[in-house]
Design a protein around this ligand. Structure first.
Ligand code: CP
Length: 303
């Protein structure tokens, strides 16, 4: 993985993904290690973020590395009309690795093709979010003690949810049975579903989140409706409260069920669910630190 950019989850083989999870386990046991003290990481966030940006920064800090970057492009020379190309070529002079989130699909791939230093895609529009996928795999493995042969439900905005796209693709390596729950307008794109079909895996599609789904699954992966991707605000208003998970809906769920969510949550999980032992989304966000420590160390050749 040394010097290897991560733009789409498939850029890393199954074995490489599992290597990241293995190293992340080491960091969970021993999170403070001064191995990045000679490295500078650029953190370029052209789109808002809490977890991804701050968990990368936490990961870098715990490893003794330095961070340069920005959390909004309006404070940079992009505001004066600088192109992404020129920004990347400049920032690559100042850093050993670039972490970038950008609202444009394909922008991270473009950056990786012109950058002399490796690039990690921290989310490009509705396309992919591969580091979220690695922490999701880590969270599933940790809570289910395996990755193979699980029933996983994806609920909400399967059309625009980049975390869903990357995780569906990754789970196709593990004989997953998929339960795809969305409004008709927000179904999983056929380009992503193709991965399930190519592996002849089972998948079921639903519009309702109810006892046809919940009692049958090991992981319930909730997502928010992505307001910022809608061209018509009225369409968002119509759909925004389509799914709200409440405690009573979990009555017939399996003992091992874990509720995951990449966050941020809007109102698709009632806050009373947070007290359920099956709620795992805040621990999931913590796992992001260990996984990002692992990824940075492997790409920089320090593990
Ligand atoms: N999961 C995730 O990408 O969250 P942020 O948008 O807060 O980074």
């Amino acid at each position: 993985m040394k010097n290897k950019s991560l733009i789409s989850i498939n850029d890393y083989s199954k074995e490489e993904q599992l290597e990241v999870l293995k190293v992340a386990e080491e960091f969970e046991k021993n999170p403070v290690q001064n191995i990045l003290s000679n490295n500078v990481i650029a953190s370029l966030f052209f789109e808002p973020s809490t977890r991804t940006r701050l968990s990368f920064e936490s990961a870098i800090s715990r490893l003794g590395g330095k961070i340069v970057g920005f959390s909004e492009a309006s404070n940079t020379s992009v505001k004066k009309g600088e192109s992404l190309r020129d920004s990347i070529l400049t920032v690559a002079n100042y850093s050993d690795l670039i972490v970038m989130r950008n609202p444009l699909e394909g922008s991270a791939r473009f950056a990786s093709e012109i950058s002399p230093v490796p690039v990690i895609n921290a989310g490009d529009g509705s396309n992919q979010h591969p580091t979220q996928t690695l922490l999701d795999l880590y969270s599933i493995k940790k809570t289910q003690n395996k990755l193979d042969n699980l029933n996983v439900a994806f609920v909400g905005d399967l059309k625009y949810g980049r975390t869903v796209h990357s995780l569906v693709i990754a789970l196709c390596n593990y004989n997953t049975t998929f339960h795809l729950v969305s409004p008709v307008e927000l179904k999983l794109p056929s380009s992503v579903k193709m991965n399930i079909k190519e592996k002849n895996l089972k998948y079921y599609q639903y519009t309702e989140l109810d006892d046809n789904v919940i009692p049958n699954v090991d992981v319930l992966y909730m997502t928010r409706i992505q307001k910022e991707r809608f061209s018509d605000p009225l369409e968002y208003e119509r759909i925004k409260n389509y799914y709200i998970l409440k405690n009573d809906m979990l009555e017939n769920s399996k003992e091992n069920l874990r509720i995951m969510h990449p966050l941020p949550r809007v109102n698709e999980i009632d806050i009373n669910v947070d007290k359920s032992p099956k709620a795992y989304y805040f621990q999931q966000a913590l796992n992001g630190v260990y996984v990002r420590q692992a990824l940075l160390s492997l790409i920089l050749g320090l593990k």
